[in-house]
Structure formats: structure tokens, C-alpha cells
Design a protein around this ligand. Structure first.
Ligand code: KG4
Ligand code: ZN
Length: 350
């Protein structure tokens, strides 16, 4: 099957705590609806999987209807349906997969199963509805090195082409975003902690010495649990009450160490794999220091670096799934038997 020149996709992502539906036309985003569940999970200080499932079930139909409405399309006019099959929380993924199968059958549409992390990786290739995006003036030049930093994953991925990836490093324990969230919890700052810590960090001085994780280790893997533990013991030694300046100083001390750890491995991977371009993805790239340091690293090696055109594409969203699915459709990567499509909570590259 040769795909149409203008291929529209209804994409769904329910991998974690955001219910998202989007309509894409090739690599253009026509709509990207994200129903956040953060307020419901906040009292638990993290994502509570069964609650996530219930909220996805509640939000999914309105999210799809809104995505179609904003794009001015109806479901029967769409060319294919795409859904995240993993990695993610099994009960959460299940809601999206079930809905996608139901719609594919009802409207007799081909179904595309997407790797959520491939979605994050390709988020910089998304363009807006007018065709403007990071790659609208630049061509991809392979190999491209991707740094993916989210609440569930921290990965370095070498991209040889669309669909050809090599995972070269990942976290051995906590993800970078998870470390931000856990340290924020130690400071009683609320959830999710990444945005709160990065806001406080802007007004702080890095007064507290914290270990940069895996600084001396070889290879390209990450580890953030040691830094988290170091924060815990350091905080125990610092007498309360803590004033506002203390929070800012501690936040920036932690942020600096966490980001330096990411940069050490990014630079090491650049030296070893000689990529031509760099792409960033995942919720933690909201962090200004991270984007600044990554740009600095790219400049040092004379490389182009790209981030998605819209912040909505940093955190979990279905538009990146639609863009990824379009590249899959071009390689005829459709799911042959709709009934057999299943969630894969531990899906990875390779
Ligand atoms: O990609 P994402 O939405 O979800 C996953 O797939 O995990 O990333 C969410 C993570 C959370 O851990 C959140 O604290 C972190 O991204 N985050 C940040 C910032 N904004 C969000 N971390 C550091 N600085 C930020 N500004
Ligand atoms: Zn994600």
C-alpha cells in the first residue's frame, strides 16, 4: 500500500498521566489536545496507576472529539489511527490501545502502534499547521544524537535514519525528571517537582556541594539515585526552619549537578559517535539550564541542535505520536491484525 501524499492520522497517547489526542497531516500538527491529570495525582506525590486508568477512561473520548473538532475533521475522514503501545504504565496504556482498536475497527482504518520514546525522539521533526518547525529550513543529517529526558526515562539514542535507532545509554536507576520530583518532595515543594525546582533555581546560588552522578564512570549510562540520596543526607544536616533563599540555593545546587551529569554523557557520546546534529526531547527539556548547557555543548562541537517548535511537544503529547506514526506509515509499518495489537509496558529501542 502506497500512502497518500497528504496523510492524516488520529494519534492517541495514554502512557502516563496525560490523556492526549492529536490530528497530524504528515509531519504537521493540526491539533494537539492534552488533558492533564496532575491535580488528581498531586495528593499522592506521584502517578497512581489505577487512578490514571480511570481518568484516561473519563478523558479519552472528549480529548479525541476536541482534537477532531480543532482540526475540522471527522473520524471517517482520517487515513489512519496511531496509538502509543509502550513504554509506560500498563493500566494507562491499555486505555489508549483499547480505544484505538475500537476506532480502527469501527471506521475500518489501518492501525499504527508507536513507541512513546521514539515519539519523544521525533518531536523536533514536528511542524506547525503552516509547515514551520525546527527542520523546515534544515535537513536532517545523520547520524543524529538524541538526548531524551523525561519523568520515566533518560536516554541517549543514535538515529541513523527514521526507524533506525541505537540506544547507546540510559539510566540505571531513576530518570532525571524523577530525581527532580523526588528532591522536590524532600523539600515539600509539591508535584511535579521539575518546574518548581527550576523556578526556584533561577534565584539561587549553588552553595551546596552535591556529587555529580557517574562523573568518573565509563560508558554512556546515567544514574541519579546517588544524587538523590546525597540530597537526602545533606538536608538532614541542615537545620530547619529553611528560609526562601535556602530553597533557591538548594534547588540550583541540585539542578546544576543533575544537568552536569547529563552533559558529561552527552559530550562523551558526541566524541564517540560523531553525530552531525543533536535533538532534545522529554519534559525535562523545559529546564532552561539544560537547554542552555546543551546548546553550549553543541557549539563546542560545531553541531546543530534542535528542540520542538512548541513546549506542548516537550512533555507527553499525542502529536509526537502522530508524527512518528507518519514516518512508520511511509515504511508500511502498519499493524496487520488489529485484534492482536497489545500494550508493551517495557518497550525499548533495539
Ligand atoms: O516527558 P514527560 O512529560 O513525562 C514522561 O514521559 O515521563 O516529563 C515529565 C517530567 C517530570 O518529572 C517533571 O518534573 C519534569 O519532566 N519537568 C522538569 C521541568 N518541567 C518538567 N524538570 C526540570 N525542569 C523543568 N522545568
Ligand atoms: Zn514521555
Amino acid at each position: 500500500m502506497k500512502i497518500k501524499k497528504n496523510f492524516t492520522i488520529l494519534a492517541i497517547d495514554t502512557s502516563c498521566d496525560d490523556t492526549s489526542a492529536a490530528i497530524t497531516l504528515n509531519d504537521r500538527v493540526l491539533s494537539n489536545v492534552i488533558a492533564s491529570q496532575v491535580e488528581f495525582h498531586e495528593p499522592y506525590g506521584g502517578v497512581y496507576p489505577m487512578l490514571a486508568k480511570r481518568k484516561h477512561q473519563e478523558f479519552i473520548e472528549p480529548a479525541i472529539a476536541e482534537a477532531l473538532r480543532r482540526a475540522g475533521l471527522r473520524c471517517f475522514e482520517i487515513d489512519a489511527i496511531a496509538v502509543t503501545i509502550g513504554p509506560g504504565l500498563a493500566p494507562a496504556l491499555e486505555v489508549g490501545v483499547t480505544k484505538a482498536k475500537e476506532l480502527a475497527k469501527k471506521f475500518k482504518k489501518p492501525l499504527i502502534g508507536v513507541n512513546h520514546m521514539e515519539g519523544h525522539l521525533l518531536s523536533s521533526f514536528a511542524r506547525n499547521s503552516k509547515g514551520i518547525g525546527p527542520f523546515s529550513k534544515r535537513k536532517p543529517r545523520f547520524p543524529i544524537l538524541g538526548l531524551l529526558v523525561s519523568g520515566g526515562h533518560t536516554q541517549l539514542v543514535l538515529m541513523m535514519d527514521f526507524g533506525k535507532y541505537q540506544l547507546i545509554g540510559e539510566t540505571l536507576d531513576d530518570a532525571a525528571g524523577e530525581a527532580f520530583d523526588k528532591v522536590a518532595r524532600m523539600l515539600d515543594l509539591g508535584y511535579p517537582g521539575g518546574p518548581i525546582i527550576s523556578e526556584l533555581a533561577k534565584k539561587g546560588k549553588p552553595k551546596y556541594e552535591l556529587p555529580v552522578p557517574m562523573i568518573g564512570s565509563r560508558g554512556f549510562n546515567f544514574s541519579f539515585s546517588g544524587l538523590k540520596t546525597a540530597c537526602f543526607y545533606k538536608l538532614q544536616k541542615l537545620p530547619k526552619p529553611w528560609n526562601k533563599q535556602f530553597y533557591c540555593d538548594f534547588a540550583v545546587s541540585f539542578e546544576k549537578a543533575a544537568i552536569e551529569a547529563l552533559m558529561i554523557k552527552l559530550k562523551r557520546a558526541i566524541r564517540a559517535y560523531r553525530p552531525k546534529q543533536i535533538i532534545l526531547g522529554g519534559g525535562v527539556i523545559n529546564n532552561l539550564r539544560l537547554r542552555k548547557e546543551a546548546r553550549k555543548a553543541a557549539r563546542q562541537f560545531n553541531l546543530e541542535i534542535f528542540v520542538p517548535y512548541d513546549k506542548k511537544l516537550f512533555t507527553d503529547n499525542a502529536a509526537m505520536i502522530g508524527v512518528c506514526a507518519w514516518h512508520q506509515a511511509k515504511r508500511k509499518d502498519f499493524f496487520k491484525n488489529t485484534d492482536l495489537l497489545d500494550r508493551k509496558p517495557n518497550l525499548n529501542f533495539n
